[in-house]
Design a protein around this ligand. Structure first.
Ligand SMILES: Nc1nc2c(ncn2[C@@H]2O[C@H](COP(=O)(O)OP(=O)(O)OP(=O)(O)O)[C@@H](O)[C@H]2O)c(=O)[nH]1
Ligand SMILES: [Mg+2]
Length: 418
């Protein structure tokens, strides 16, 4: 009896296999980094990654994403694991799959098939706390589902096996009712989507009224890649209690706090982190959350300098900002986690060229400071290093912006003097 319970609880940890491609535009090192990130996403969603497969292809195979041989190899692996009583729970692909790809892969591998987008959506659904976030996630899920409905139906068909004439999957006898069902599903989903959109529009209206009523305060938004330390910094600056965790997408909805540095009050908001390969559709669903960023006067772009890929993360964030119409705003680059920065020291007699792995923190600091002038700063939110300097810098920029935006409002500064 006890034994059995143990086995059941053990079986609840779902195992995952990851699949990625090495292509003309994505070399092997890059693919491995993407798969590291995908593994982190899978862990965040509660799965345990047991194996990775990669394949070199010019581009993804339109029928099965990987080639036939690779798919057989994965199938073989799943079979062997099953024979050894190590059930594989799911296979996760690093790129968004089409309905056709999902259908074909599922037919071959016969396990749950996820892609990067559906995995992210799953985490979003898990994280959503507020009505706003929940509505946005649900809408995004339907957007993902709609073009893939066929697949959902195939799935149901198989479960409901014996009921209709013919039974088995995709059989001729079921085609008629199947299509009707599909049309019905589509209509139900479309109705639900317009309801959700109306609800979001309502929330948008409320939020924008709230924002208007906030008075003449400069608005500062923390932006950045997921897991860089935005919420940790928010908590330090605003002395608030925002959920911060070493998981991806710990924050989904926006929190706004009034912060006062010296005699200068301003609004600081913390919001959802960005990530690579996030479909624009999904970003769109978070419109009301991202309005806070779009309407900010100053962006604090937080970067995790201890991450080997931080430069690409900066680019992803800048691109996403442009996508949502928030490019070109005043910005301070806040390089966080300097306490965790590591580099590979080169031996004196090593004459191979220095790579980015060999750069010291000092090297990076001088490069970025030359590039950004006084618009970047290096801190550790964890060790509270350089926080005073950060506050001074933010104060300076917020004050400049305030004087520009509200020239007749300098009564906010009773001790204002230069
Ligand atoms: N080593 C180190 N870790 C830090 C530092 N700042 C934050 N962290 C850790 O980084 C992890 C992510 O921090 P969060 O503040 O949740 O990051 P976030 O950017 O809000 O993440 P999302 O909301 O998921 O986008 C947590 O485990 C923090 O403790 C730092 O200066 N140094
Ligand atoms: Mg956060």
């Amino acid at each position: 009896m006890a034994m059995k319970e143990f086995v059941i609880s053990e079986a609840q940890v779902e195992t995952a296999v990851l699949v990625g491609l090495v292509t003309k535009t994505q070399d092997e090192r890059k693919t491995n980094e993407y798969l590291d990130e995908l593994a982190f996403l899978a862990e965040t969603a509660g799965a345990e990654v047991v194996k990775r497969f990669t394949q070199k292809l010019d581009q993804a195979n339109s029928v099965t994403y990987v080639g036939k041989g690779k798919l057989d190899e994965i199938k073989q692996y799943i079979k062997e694991e099953e024979e050894a009583e190590r059930e594989i729970g799911m296979v996760i692909f690093d790129d968004e799959l089409s309905a056709k790809q999902i259908r074909n892969i599922e037919a071959e591998l016969k396990v749950k098939i996820l892609d990067r987008t559906s995995l992210i959506l799953d985490i979003f659904a898990m994280r959503a706390q507020t009505a706003n976030a929940k509505t946005q996630v649900e809408l995004a899920q339907y957007k993902y589902m709609l073009p893939r409905l066929q697949r959902l139906w195939t799935h149901l068909e198989r479960q409901g096996g014996g009921s209709g004439a013919g039974g088995g999957k995709g059989s001729v006898g079921l085609r008629g009712p199947g299509e009707t069902q599909l049309e019905m599903d589509r209509r139900i989903i479309l109705n639900r989507m317009s309801l959700l959109k109306e609800r979001l529009a309502e929330i948008d209206k409320q939020k924008s009224t709230q924002r208007k009523n906030r008075g003449r305060l400069i608005r500062v938004a923390l932006v950045g890649y997921t897991n860089v330390g935005k919420s940790t910094l928010m908590n330090l600056l605003a002395k608030s209690e925002v959920f911060a965790e070493n998981k991806l997408f710990a924050t989904l909805d926006t929190t706004v706090r009034k912060v006062i540095i010296d005699n200068l009050p301003f609004l600081l908001s913390d919001t959802v982190g960005f990530i690579r390969k996030l479909p624009t559709d999904l970003v769109d669903s978070f419109k009301s959350t991202l309005d806070e960023v779009r309407e900010a006067d100053l962006l604090l772009h937080v970067v995790d300098i201890s991450h080997p890929d931080f430069e690409e993360q900066i680019e992803v964030v800048n691109k996403t900002l442009a996508d949502i119409g928030a490019a070109g705003k005043p910005m301070i680059l806040v390089f966080n986690k300097i306490d965790a920065y590591t580099y590979v020291q080169k031996a004196e007699d090593d004459l191979t060229p220095r790579t980015k792995e060999n750069l010291t923190l000092e090297d990076l600091m001088s490069t970025w400071m030359a590039k950004m002038e006084d618009s970047c700063i290096f801190i550790s939110a964890r060790e509270k290093t350089n926080l005073e300097e950060l506050k001074t810098l933010v104060y300076k920029r917020v004050r400049e912006l305030h004087v520009q935006k509200y020239p007749y409002n300098d009564f906010l500064y009773p001790t204002y003097d230069e």
